[in-house]
Write a protein of this length. Structure first.
Length: 297
């Protein structure tokens, strides 16, 4: 049975046939959910490991475990917009791009652009999103009421004009909101940072490889990753799957590569990747661009 919205029901009861042309409508009287640029993961930090150029944190919440990297580009703040240092025991919320490639391993491993340290003694809220020219968030759930006093800065503390907010991703720190849809608020502080497409400069890829892969490359932990089989076979290598990776060979050259492992075999020697080969698309193993570039020699 189809539900009748309260307004429509009132019209029927009064016998009125007036058309409410100014009333917003959605199909089926249901609010349309918009796609958000970021998704969030919460947890309590249980361990930290120092890596070469970053720290690897382990966090968990209600049995769900995940790892995440923090380097000098990661924005880490508390709920008032103050810079924060992460430590074991902290409750954190990290924001990752919804469409960014992920390494298919367990536990999941993220490289968030933003990490928020949550405190028990604050009623403040934080939203990481992108906003349009009307200051409405990409998921349609929060509208910002900005004025000349609104504090909008970049990660270096330099002021950004309100009209330019649409050109950035933003971390919004705010207090009370209205009960309207969307909720509205006058934010305490906004910190902006580059959108993903602006942040990722197009890498310099050798023409021979560029012609093979086109735009089929990913970025993981600062390294460009390209599809192994696609490139190797086009360069004349035989590729044999091992179930967990592949052996590629041509003439006297042989490489044994295993997903999730940074060490690989080169003839009888062992060599190392900075980032382990990974499934970044279904049935598609990606390796560092520098490795396949070496196959040209």
């Amino acid at each position: 049975m189809k539900k009748i919205a309260p307004l429509a029901l009132s019209v029927l009861l009064l016998g009125t046939v007036t058309a409410y042309a100014d009333q917003p409508t959605t199909e089926g009287n249901e609010e349309v959910e918009k796609a958000a640029t970021f998704i969030q993961h919460r947890g309590n930090i249980t361990a930290v490991e120092q890596r070469e150029n970053a720290k690897l944190f382990t966090a968990q919440l209600e049995g769900n475990v995940f790892n995440f990297y923090v380097d000098n580009k990661t924005l880490v703040f508390d709920e008032h917009g103050n810079e924060a240092e992460l430590k074991t025991g902290d409750t954190i919320s990290l924001s990752i791009y919804a469409d960014q490639p992920m390494i298919l391993i367990y536990p999941p491993q993220y490289a968030p652009p933003v990490v928020i340290v949550e405190k028990d003694d604050t009623a403040n809220s934080v939203k990481v999103a992108q906003f349009d020219e009307n200051f409405l968030s990409d998921d349609g759930k929060l509208k910002l009421n900005l004025n000349e006093e609104s504090v909008i800065v970049d990660s270096k503390g330099e002021k950004v004009a309100a009209k330019d907010l649409k050109n950035y991703s933003a971390i919004v720190f705010y207090g009370p909101t209205t009960k309207s849809i969307p909720a509205q608020t006058a934010p305490e502080k906004i910190i902006v940072f580059p959108k993903l497409d602006d942040e990722m400069e197009k890498p310099e890829i050798a023409q021979e490889i560029q012609e093979i892969i086109g735009e089929d490359y990913k970025e993981v932990d600062g390294k460009i990753m390209v599809p192994l089989r696609t490139v190797a076979e086009e360069l004349g290598y035989k590729v044999v799957s091992t179930g967990k990776g592949a052996v590629i060979s041509k003439g006297a050259l042989s490489y044994t590569i295993t997903r999730g492992e940074k060490t690989y075999g080169h003839n009888r020697a062992l060599k190392h990747f900075d980032v382990a080969p990974a499934l970044l698309e279904e049935n598609k193993t990606y390796v560092e661009y520098d490795f396949v570039k070496g196959l040209l020699k």
